[in-house]
Ligand binder design. Structure first.
Ligand SMILES: [Zn+2]
Ligand SMILES: [Zn+2]
Length: 320
């Protein structure tokens, strides 16, 4: 099958072995897959991953139990043991034995087919487009924030980073806190948020005043935390969404002096994301910049790294 493998270099192959599903897994034929900032970080060395890249996707179950065969699905990316202390206490995303699609110890979705555990599947309602379904994984990560932080109307919220995750977080939290401001470096991207009535500021014009109740760092860079430290109020909250390879150390003294709460936040509830899309509560489709074929994955990764591009989607039907 066709696959985009990371071996230390990104390599497109048309002779990659089909996935062999383990017990309790199904084979999903990938329809579309999203290129994520995390994929770019992996190529730079993040997680020391080797194998098929990609974790954001929608597909159709090709082989598995009759209940699932032929269904259009998305899948949670953490593949868990079900036995360790974290799994038994309900924190399955923190399974100590986990593998993660296209990120850690398991082939990902930039391929014609991928094997995933049945327990990770969510059926996609007919009303959702393939592009909306591809956005479920990052949108779920945005919804995780609402599970971790109690947002209240009237709170001053700043989201740093105008990439996909920052944009999705702004869209989700803006429904609760309408005065939210999305801060970014790229006017083309900020315009996408303005189209859905979110206030924005270019980072050069944004003056941090230690007055925000909640600051979310989705910049994907260490400089985001440094700016968040200057924007958050005393006793306020910083939520970190950035993961990256390497990066400059940040002086954290202000967090001590100002008694700031620091929250790490990763994957989130797929059901919340699917429900919000089905009810048209969050608009995600204006974030899709380009569709490309899997054969052009190297070019797609380069494009996704460009400052004026938000989401690049690999359309597996091209050339199949
Ligand atoms: Zn992602
Ligand atoms: Zn476990």
């Amino acid at each position: 099958m066709r696959a985009v493998e990371f071996t230390g270099d990104v390599v497109f192959r048309d002779d990659y072995a089909d996935p062999r599903p383990a017990r309790g897994e199904v084979v999903v034929e990938v329809i579309r897959a999203g290129v994520c900032r995390t994929d770019l970080e992996i190529v730079r060395g993040y997680m020391n991953f080797r194998g098929v890249l990609g974790h954001e996707f929608v597909g159709r179950v090709a082989a598995g139990p009759a209940r699932w065969r032929g269904k259009r699905v998305v899948a949670e990316i953490n593949c868990v043991c079900g036995r360790c202390g974290m799994c038994r206490s309900g924190l399955r995303n923190h399974c100590r034995e986990r593998t993660v699609l296209g990120i850690h110890g398991r082939d990902g979705v930039f391929a014609d087919k991928v094997a995933v555990p049945i327990g990770n599947l969510h059926e996609v309602p007919d009303g959702l487009s393939d592009d909306e379904a591809v956005m479920v994984e990052p949108l779920a990560a945005a919804f995780q924030l609402v599970r971790q932080v109690r947002f209240e109307r009237g709170q001053k919220v700043v989201v740093l980073g105008d990439g996909t995750l920052g944009q999705l977080i702004a869209r989700v939290v803006h429904r609760i806190c309408p005065s939210l401001v999305l801060v970014g470096k790229h006017s083309e991207k900020l315009e996408l948020a303005e189209k859905v009535h979110i206030q924005t500021a270019e980072v050069g014009d944004f003056v941090p005043r230690q007055d925000a109740d909640v600051v979310v760092d989705a910049t994907g860079a260490a400089s985001g935390l440094a700016l968040a430290c200057r924007a958050v109020r005393p006793r306020g909250t910083i939520v970190l969404k950035s993961t990256y390879a390497g990066g400059e150390p940040v002086d954290l003294s202000s967090l001590v002096i100002n008694e700031v709460t620091l929250i790490g936040s990763r994957c989130g509830p797929f059901a919340d994301a699917l429900n919000a899309l089905a009810r048209h509560e969050v608009d995600v489709t204006n974030l899709v910049s380009r569709h490309m074929s899997v054969e052009n994955a190297i070019e797609a990764l380069e494009l996704a790294a460009r400052s004026d591009v938000v989401k690049v989607i690999l359309d597996m039907a091209c050339g199949r």
